[in-house]
Design a protein around this ligand. Structure first.
Ligand code: AMP
Length: 377
């Protein structure tokens, strides 16, 4: 099987690593350079999409901000999975919100803003405090504003108006502020036959809007809620592949924050912590193979490595610690790799996270240090 992935970043790289044992070969389309590249070496294999589409058995995507003309060409080939509709929903908060409403899945109250008048209506209907998010192009907390007091409205509007004017189809989605207790996500797969297999929920810590620590958790009641919502969204899209739902946990009630129509950063822990990792399950789904077991095999956390290209040797020495580099050039804040850390049971995992806090710097790994501080209290 030959799978063409739209996007040539770390997610395509990890799909390539997971696909090899199943004889699934991956090539990646770099949307920026328009080259077809090898996802591990970045060696240029060809140029332009046409030939690559012809040579592929299946086409899929590793990110959702893909120009719609490219998506349409892929869709026309009849080989693209999950679907352009799903990718477009992941890349446009208006479509995403409408999708959640149509699937009757709980999400924060919202209003779409194009004009100053709309902003006033949003303030009336959604209320203050309010989170404002660009409909297109926002990720990892970028393109967002917080309105905490009415007297900030004019200053925020000046920035939002500039954002709206920059792209013809841009808008702002005003969302009620959710005073959540924690953020969790559910990663799961839906096969061509409609079968659904979800992983255990992950509890996620974000630092400045970017995921820093993700830990698989066992909570039967929340897991059931999350699975019901996952199935509703996946079925409404006739989805095929891995899909991630990010939630706010508000006193035991889940609200969907956003969906990602792809393998997800909060599912990287599955490489060491689950029977079948999310990358293999995505490939199994889009290639029409049976889904693999999503069972948790050991307590696992994932730590993102942001803006660093070396680690202290103790990380590799520690049993149960697995380092995954993405082969990228170092840049401040960039996702350079991740560490999966495992224990035979929760207490052992917690002790290992504390031991990692002793060797990792507080500046680069604030969430690990925060965990260790909370644990010792
Ligand atoms: P997003 O890009 O939508 O994932 O937002 C980035 C982060 O902002 C989330 O992970 C939350 O921590 C926070 N956030 C987003 N939307 C809301 C909301 N409606 N209420 C409270 N916090 C939010």
């Amino acid at each position: 099987m030959h799978v063409l992935v739209l996007g040539a970043g770390q997610l395509a790289r990890m799909m390539s690593l997971a696909g090899a044992p199943l004889n699934i070969e991956i090539s990646a389309y770099d949307v920026g350079s328009e080259n077809i590249v090898h996802p591990l070496t970045q060696t240029v294999l060809g140029q332009g999409l046409e030939n690559a589409i012809e040579n592929a058995d299946v086409i899929t995507a590793e990110f959702e901000h893909i120009p719609h003309d490219i998506l349409d060409i892929c869709q026309q080939s009849g080989k693209f999975l999950p679907s352009t509709e799903a990718i477009k929903a992941g890349g446009d908060r208006r479509i995403e919100k409408a999708l959640l409403d149509n699937a009757a899945v709980r999400n924060a109250k919202y209003y779409v803003i194009k004009t100053r008048e709309d902003f006033s209506t949003a303030i009336e209907r959604v209320g203050i405090p309010m989170v404002l998010k660009s409909a297109l192009g926002g990720y990892d907390g970028k393109g967002q504003w917080r309105l905490k007091d009415l007297n900030q409205a004019d200053a925020i509007w000046a920035e939002m108006a500039e954002c709206i004017a920059a792209t013809e189809t841009q808008a702002i989605v005003a969302e009620e502020f959710v005073p959540f207790n924690r953020e969790v996500s559910l990663v799961g797969a839906r096969g061509k036959d409609g079968s659904v297999a979800v992983y255990p929920l992950a509890e996620n810590v974000h630092t400045n809007g970017v995921l820093t620590l993700s830990t698989a958790i066992a909570d039967n009641e929340l897991q059931q809620q999350a699975k019901t919502m996952f199935t509703a969204v996946a079925n409404s899209l006739d989805y095929v592949g891995v899909l991630a739902l990010e939630f706010f946990d508000l006193n035991g009630e889940l609200l969907v924050n956003e969906i990602a129509p792809r393998v997800h950063n909060s599912g990287h822990w599955t490489q060491q912590g689950a029977e079948t990792c999310q990358f293999e399950n995505h490939l199994r789904a889009v290639c029409g193979l049976p889904l693999g077991s999503t069972k948790l095999i050991r307590s696992t956390s994932m730590i993102n490595i942001l803006g660093e290209d070396t680690l202290p040797p103790e990380v590799l020495t520690m049993a149960g610690c697995h380092v995954h580099w993405y082969g990228k050039e170092k840049r401040a804040g960039r996702k350079m790799g991740h560490i999966n850390v495992c224990g035979d049971y929760n207490g052992e995992l917690q002790r290992k996270l504390c031991a990692l806090a002793d060797v990792l710097s507080k500046e680069a790994f604030p969430a690990v240090h925060q965990f260790a501080e909370n644990f010792s209290e």
